[in-house]
Design a protein around this ligand. Sequence first.
Ligand code: F6R
Ligand code: ZN
Length: 195
Amino acid sequence: MDLPSTFDVIFPQALPSTYDNHTVRKLSSMKGQFADQQAYARLLDKEDVVLYEVYEFKRPQEAGELLYGISVVHPGKVGDEYYMTKGHFHAVRETAEVYYCLKGQGVMVMETPEGDWAVEELRPGKVLYVPPCWAHRSVNTGSQEDLVTFFVYPGHAGHDYGTIEQYGFRKLVIEVNGQLQIVDNPRWQAPGERP
Ligand code: F6R
Ligand code: ZN
């Protein structure tokens, strides 16, 4: 039988006091995902830096359950583009997700299978609801701090990384003269025009 459980968020790092699984995503696992491929290659040549980490709690991946954890995107840029997560649709499209920002500065880039898009700010105390069918990617737009968020989503959601790997998101989040800019992704194609 399951018993209720708790964990603490330990500040100032905003990391969990306990967890079941820790995933570390390095630059080498994001080939082709950053717009500036030369900047990517130069950085990778120097060091396979850690872009983000995910701490998860193990629960059955089935309807009725909730999967939850803490995501940490480190600060940095590849060329002009901020460090970010791979991003994904949920395999079961009709599943939502809630994020609660614990630390840092960033945005969530989102889009639908039809190509509608949205970018929402993340800062400590902000709660973000990602509706069913919206792909999502967290981006750390801060210069020093980690972007730390708590997330929770349905147990049966699953992950579909393929579409984003192939085309990216419609919008890129970059820094120009110290200012955040949201620009079109040249690699993106309207869903109706994809081969
Ligand atoms: C789960 C979810 C988050 C992300 C995490 C890492 O559905 O959205 O837990 O998994 O922020 O991002 P990805 O999975 O895109 O590498
Ligand atoms: Zn998700």
